[in-house]
Write a protein that binds this ligand. Structure first.
Ligand SMILES: Cc1cc2nc3c(=O)[nH]c(=O)nc-3n(C[C@H](O)[C@H](O)[C@H](O)COP(=O)(O)OP(=O)(O)OC[C@H]3O[C@@H](n4cnc5c(N)ncnc54)[C@H](O)[C@@H]3O)c2cc1C
Length: 431
């Protein structure tokens, strides 16, 4: 019987190293550098590159990848344990070579890329020499692909790509974009869109503006324009009309990886909540001694543990089945609950810190805004809840009777029929 919550000692030793390394070497970067994707910043080269070299030497680089692509091939459960530590720092993922959206873009290039595409784009991406961007959302809507209008039309051996994309993360630092475009208007978008690799410096590509989140000065989400950008036929990724098939390869794993990192962020908020409760006194006792504060602490821990178990089991199922379709409901559930867990724990931590908590001197408003990001990036929560419900409903049948099967009088009548003989003999003995 296998139902085990323990970590193997040799893996724990590795996790202990990662934990210390992230706390001592990586977390401080959050306070001195800008965007983790700005690999062109001279400070990045000085401060981040040496840390990446240490991670590579320890064979912990790009752990989300299989050995054939230079990763450790650890599988999702081990990755979850690593990612929840990396989630403590904005720079954690980039130092370990597993940052979104590059991790997902690498996965689809590995799955669908031609040898030439792999050599030109995948290898430097895996080596950490470039970063990339995934451009799917459009200004008129992201949750409903049916409204996408960016299109590519055939022109000799090339495609001419025109349209606009919105909230394309890290486009300003990226060497290439993976862009979804309509190539066949006669069918539904699910069959009529294709995926292209577009070099960031291709003529006709421009950034209309870079958009920041809340009061974050690093505006890293691009409003992009493509004006008859000439894309060679060899730069289509996958077959014509396959954009959604290709996209699913990156989105399934990507959503779970976000959730793994959110565990680390929520844990940081919980740590702050507990420490502050023990440190601050008011009206004659510590905050920690007041029951309404104890409730906040208990609820936060319970919610985080529930979430962590759901993430770990989902990771385990991905490893078991090696088929994201079979784990769709689990991934959608993880994606749906993730924003609420981070939001609620961060909000309690903020509140218990009083005025300090709401100030820019504390990280809590940032966590709360991030919780909303987690509820939007890779699709809004509502859409994922619909997936959970639809998948669940597949296991049920409607009841044709007027009263349902579990209606108590109906169930009692069935039980009386099942035990009729015994009940009759009892009636005879005890008339
Ligand atoms: C931090 C961040 C990074 C991102 N990075 C990228 C990126 O790199 N590349 C990229 O292509 N996109 C990216 N996005 C965009 C993201 O994919 C979209 O925000 C998302 O798909 C929602 O699209 P939208 O913003 O246009 O909202 P809309 O589609 O306009 O939806 C708005 C709201 O409507 C509601 N809603 C939508 N659909 C339903 C429904 N079926 N039922 C009920 N209510 C519904 C929800 O409340 C939703 O939040 C990013 C977003 C964020 C926040």
């Amino acid at each position: 019987m296998a139902w085990d919550f323990q970590t193997d000692p040799e893996i724990q030793a590795e996790l202990d190293w990662i934990e210390q390394f992230v706390r001592e070497e990586v977390e401080p970067l959050d306070h001195v550098l800008g965007s983790p994707w700005n690999i062109h910043d001279p400070l990045f080269k000085q401060l981040v590159k040496p840390l990446q070299a240490q991670v590579k030497a320890r064979k912990l680089w790009a752990c989300h990848l299989g050995p054939e692509l230079g990763g450790a091939g650890y599988g999702q459960v081990r990755l979850a344990l690593i990612n929840e530590i990396l989630g403590r720092s904005l720079f954690g993922p980039i130092v370990f070579g597993c940052q979104a959206p590059d991790s997902g873009n690498g996965e689809i290039l590995a799955h669908y890329g031609t040898p030439a595409q792999k050599q030109r784009y995948l290898q430097p991406l895996l080596d950490g020499d470039i970063v990339s961007c995934f451009a799917m959302t459009e200004p008129q809507g992201g949750a409903d692909p049916a409204v996408f209008t960016t299109e590519a039309v055939r022109d000799g051996d090339d495609w001419l790509l025109s349209g606009e994309k919105w909230f394309a993360s890290n486009a300003r630092y990226a060497a290439f974009y993976i862009v979804m475009a309509v190539t066949d208007k006669s069918v539904s978008v699910y069959e009529g869109m294709s995926m292209f690799i577009v070099a960031a410096d291709a003529p006709g590509v421009s950034i209309i503006r870079n958009v920041g989140i809340a009061d974050d000065p690093a505006a890293t989400h691009a409003y992009l324009s493509f004006d008859k950008v000439r894309v060679p036929a060899g730069d289509m990724l996958g077959a014509p009309g396959q954009a959604f098939v290709v996209a699913q390869v990156r989105l399934g794993g990507g959503r779970v990886h976000h959730a793994m990192r959110v565990i680390g962020q929520a844990q940081k908020a919980l740590d702050a909540l507990c420490e502050r409760s023990l440190s601050r006194s008011t009206q004659g006792s510590r905050l920690a001694d007041k029951q309404m504060i104890q409730e906040k602490i208990a609820d936060s821990w319970i919610e985080l543990e529930q979430f962590r178990l759901l993430v770990m089991r989902t990771a385990w199922r991905i490893d078991q089945y090696q088929d994201y379709k079979r784990v769709r409901k689990d991934i959608a559930a993880v994606k749906s609950v993730m924003p609420k867990v981070l939001h609620d724990i961060a909000a309690r931590a903020l509140h218990v810190h009083g005025s300090l908590g709401v100030s820019e001197e504390m990280p809590f408003t940032g966590y709360i805004v991030r919780s909303f990001q987690m509820g939007l990036a890779d699709g809004p929560t509502e859409v994922h809840k619909v997936t959970v419900a639809k998948q669940l409903l597949r296991d049920y049948q409607p009841c044709d009777e007027l009263f349902p099967d579990y209606h108590r009088p109906t169930a009692a009548a069935r039980a009386r029929e099942k035990y009729a003989e015994v009940l009759a003999s009892l009636d005879e003995r005890h008339p």
